[in-house]
Design a protein around this ligand. Structure first.
Ligand SMILES: [Zn+2]
Length: 235
C-alpha cells in the first residue's frame, strides 16, 4: 500500500473514532437531560407534598380559631344574660343561642382535635418522606456527576483526536486532502475495501485495470463509480 494511502487510512481511522466519540457524547447529553428532568420532577413532587401538609395545618388552625371564636361568643352571650337587664324575648333568644352554640362547640372541638391528630401523624410521615426524597435526590445527583465526569473525559479525548485529525489531514497532498474532505462531508465512509472485485462502498464491480492498480498498491486509487478511496480487503 502506498504511503499516502496509509495516511488516508490513518485519517479514516481517526474519523471513525471521532464519530463514535461524538455519538457517545450525544447519548450522554440526552441522559443528562433525562436526569435533570427527573431531578426537577422529584423536587416539584416534594414541594407539592410539603404544600399539602401546610394546607392540612392551615385547616387545623382555622378549626382551632373557630373553636375559640365560638367559645368567645358563648361567654359574651352568657355575660349579657348574667349581668344585663334585657327584654324577655331577647333573653330567650340568647339562651337558645347559647344552647345551640354549646352543642356546636362540642362538635367543633372534636373536629379540631381530629385535625390536630392528623397534622401530627402527617408531620411524622413527612419526616420519613423527606429522608426518602433526599436519598432519591442524592442518587440522581451522583448519577449526574458520573455522567458529567464521563462527558468531560470524552470531550477531552475528542479534542485530542481533532488535533490529530488536523495533523493527519495536513500530512496529505492537497488534492487528496480536498478529495477526502469532500467525500467526508457527503458520505459516512470515504474509504472502502475492495471485496470480491467490488467496491465495499457502492458495491459495484470495479474494472480489471483498476483492480490491478489496487493490487499493486503503488498509488492512491479511487472507485470509478463513487470516488471512494479503495484499499485491498481480506477477500
Ligand atoms: Zn464505489
Amino acid at each position: 500500500m502506498s504511503e499516502v494511502m496509509q495516511r488516508i487510512l490513518a485519517l479514516w481511522e481517526i474519523d471513525q473514532s471521532l464519530h463514535k466519540l461524538r455519538g457517545m457524547l450525544s447519548d450522554l447529553r440526552a441522559e443528562e437531560a433525562r436526569l435533570l428532568a427527573r431531578l426537577e420532577a422529584e423536587d416539584q413532587a416534594w414541594e407539592e407534598r410539603k404544600k399539602r401538609h401546610q394546607e392540612l395545618r392551615h385547616l387545623a388552625n382555622a378549626k382551632a380559631l373557630e373553636v375559640d371564636e365560638t367559645d368567645d361568643r358563648i361567654r359574651a352571650y352568657q355575660k349579657k344574660l348574667d349581668h344585663d337587664i334585657i327584654p324577655y324575648k331577647e333573653m330567650e333568644y340568647l339562651k337558645e343561642q347559647v344552647e345551640f352554640l354549646r352543642a356546636r362547640l362540642e362538635e367543633l372541638e372534636e373536629e379540631a382535635l381530629g385535625l390536630m391528630d392528623e397534622v401530627e401523624a402527617d408531620a411524622e410521615r413527612l419526616v420519613e418522606e423527606e429522608k426518602q426524597h433526599q436519598e432519591r435526590r442524592r442518587g440522581l445527583e451522583e448519577e449526574l456527576e458520573r455522567i458529567r465526569a464521563r462527558q468531560e473525559k470524552l470531550t477531552a479525548e475528542a479534542e485530542e483526536l481533532s488535533g490529530r485529525r488536523q495533523e493527519a489531514l495536513a500530512a496529505l497532498p492537497q488534492n487528496w486532502r480536498e478529495h477526502y474532505e469532500r467525500l467526508h462531508e457527503t458520505i459516512p465512509d470515504p474509504v472502502a475495501p475492495v471485496e470480491n472485485g467490488a467496491c465495499g462502498g457502492c458495491h459495484l464491480r470495479i474494472s480489471d485495470p483498476l483492480m490491478e492498480r489496487v493490487r499493486e498498491g503503488r498509488e492512491v486509487v479511487i472507485c470509478e463509480n463513487c470516488s471512494r478511496f479503495l484499499y485491498l480487503g481480506w477477500r
